[in-house]
Design a protein around this ligand. Structure first.
Ligand code: PLP
Length: 386
């Protein structure tokens, strides 16, 4: 007789993002629910990966990743993030930013520890922490500008608090943390001796001249930060599973060993593909990424406005939270289904990103879509405006 699944196994529920993707597929709609980019990947990245496969790079790699990729990441950390890091000892390549976050939490936190997240939060951060037995304490970001209050940070801390997570640019609200805000977080973390775990996967997706500031580049944060990022979004290779973290050597060693235990390594030839992309793509690649996404952001925000779904204009990332309080439905889910049925466009109910009931009045739309598909989605959304 087979055993029952574990308590953890039984507690796992289908994410609202996947739910909405299924609802969308069942109706043949346009899926703006999932953060999957359908624009092409850079040629250099594909060619270098194919070459590596052709040359037989088929084995496990070093548990911290191929040194070629770690060197490329360290170079990019210096040039773009203003962070000096040693590729031999302080960089760990993992199975996407998701793998890096999981291994960082496994390495640095214990069951029962408390971790602060800003709300709205990225569901994987919340669920990873919960799954590992940690308690999440939330600090509100207030729409439409998504500012936080230092007093609320103080309220969220307890004797068991060990870390704070900063996602910048943020999924789902597109907030880009300013230097002043990071300084506030730095002082707070120093006062309570907290680890700062960052998620910077959208670091190149920035609008209106907003600049990405890596928290680790602030001297007052450097010693207590673990920087996490990856290339799923920047190179449109979400299925390749290449991400990384940067941390001081003693931490990086342990994170690397847990990465070995859980994933063994990220796919070897794909590591070389990403390394080639980092080394060979010029600044123009990143500036045209920014320009094309700025156009997509403006397009969807205008359409949401015309549809009567007031958008909170994102400063970065490729999502927008829209106010759906005027749409029929008792819950965010009902509102999202209502929009899907009327327009054939799927978004994610805010309850996936908020504990607070305010989440029921938001829907997140992803605008990482090809121009024709996004244009069609926008045309359909505008039908809501009559
Ligand atoms: N972090 C954030 C904030 C995300 O939004 C996503 C994907 O949606 C990820 C991490 C996943 O990154 P990866 O594909 O590198 O695991």
């Amino acid at each position: 007789m087979p055993q029952n699944p574990s308590r953890l196994g039984r507690s796992i529920i289908q994410s609202e993002i996947r739910n909405m993707s299924l609802e969308c597929a069942a109706r043949g709609g346009i899926n703006l629910a999932q953060g999957v980019c359908d624009t092409p990947m850079p040629r250099q990245v594909a060619e270098a990966a194919c070459l590596a496969i052709g040359e037989g790079l088929n084995s496990y790699t070093h548990y911290k990743g191929l040194i070629e990729l770690r060197q490329s990441i360290a170079g990019k950390m210096r040039r773009y993030n203003n962070v000096i890091t040693d590729p031999e000892t302080e960089v760990v390549v993992s199975a996407g930013a998701t793998g890096a976050f999981y291994c960082a939490c496994l390495s640095m936190l214990n069951k029962g520890d408390e971790v602060i997240l800003f709300e709205p939060y990225y569901g994987y951060h919340f669920n990873t922490l919960k799954t590992l037995g940690m308690t999440v304490s939330l600090v509100t970001l207030r729409p439409p500008g998504w500012e936080f209050s230092p007093a609320e940070l103080e309220k969220a801390v307890s004797a068991r608090t060990r870390a704070i997570v900063v996602c910048t640019p943020s999924n789902p609200c597109g907030k880009v943390f300013t230097r002043a805000e990071l300084k506030t977080i730095a002082e707070f973390a120093a006062a309570h001796d907290l680890l700062i775990i960052t998620d910077e996967i959208y670091e190149y997706f920035l609008y209106d001249n907003n600049a990405h500031i890596s928290p680790m580049s602030l001297p007052e944060i450097a010693g207590r930060a673990i920087t996490i990022s990856g290339y799923s979004k920047t190179f449109n290779v979400t299925g390749w599973r290449i991400g990384y973290c940067v941390a001081q050597r003693t931490w990086a060693d342990i994170i690397g060993q847990l990465n070995d235990l859980v994933y063994v390594c990220a796919p070897a030839p794909l590591q070389l593909g990403v390394a080639a992309g980092i080394d060979e793509l010029k600044d123009s690649y990143y500036s045209s990424l920014r320009e094309s996404y700025q156009k997509k952001r403006d397009l969807i925000c205008n359409s949401l406005q015309n549809a009567g779904l007031k958008p909170c204009i994102p400063q970065g990332s490729y999502y927008v939270l829209a106010d759906v309080s005027g749409i029929k439905g008792r819950t965010g889910k009902e509102k999202a289904i209502n929009i899907l049925e009327k327009t054939g466009v799927a978004g994610v109910p805010g309850s996936a990103f908020f504990r607070h009931k305010i989440g029921e009045n938001f829907i997140r739309f992803c605008f990482a879509k090809s121009d024709p598909e996004l244009t069609e989605a926008c045309r359909r959304l505008e039908k809501l405006g009559g």
